[in-house]
Design a protein around this ligand. Sequence first.
Ligand code: SAM
Length: 239
Amino acid sequence: MDILEHGLQKMGYTLGDRQREQFEVYSREILDWNRKLNLTTITDYEKMQVVHFLDSLTLAQAAKPGTLENGCRLIDVGTGAGLPGIPLKIVFPSLKVTLLEATAKKTEFLKYLVSVLKLDEIEVVTARAEDQARLGKYREAFDIVTARAVTQLAALAELTLPFCIIGGRCILPKKGDTAREIEEAGKAVETLGGTIAAIQNIDLEGLDDNRHLVVLEKTAPTPDKYPRRSGMPEKRPIK
Ligand code: SAM
């Protein structure tokens, strides 16, 4: 875990023994389950530390100061193998995390992982965001909403902003040239009660693929009609 620890130090964090062990177990389990599930194309132990773990932890740079350390509620939409939700939970143990994932085989892995990593205050939900965001317990209930590698920003706004409390943030990692994607999402973000507050560049050693965080602030309630039914946000993004 040297690469991870070195990168984390640069961000101002250090790992304790338990956290180091948790990341080691997490890597092993991803590689093990990857033989039957399509969890990731990154199967190199060292690469995983940067491309999955450090990349997930860069989200901390866009969170409101003190929120991650003080038990705020975070939902990770389309979490797949638990990214970025699990690395964040390991480094910030007081976080209350919901891992939301539509594919039951992946949530089976996540439930197993939560038990072997002995994580508490973390729930794994098998559902689509469009359905889950309509439930009272989940709607406008999270201080931080994230979703990595799920879909284009206009659709992503509809899958994330409904979960966010007013005054909270959606922190959405992206890579490559997304200028057009961001421009095209403007109407959707505004319609759903948000503003594009910042685009924060991310510098990760060895990666030159223009990683950045798109930060949406929730400034007004999301109208009741959103999110639309399952599949619609991607099929017909708000324009
Ligand atoms: N976030 C993980 C990562 O960065 O490695 C997984 C990314 S994977 C490419 C996208 C995941 O989002 C898939 O596991 C998929 O099942 C899930 N997903 C896509 N649309 C979803 C939705 N509307 N609600 C819940 N999960 C969704």
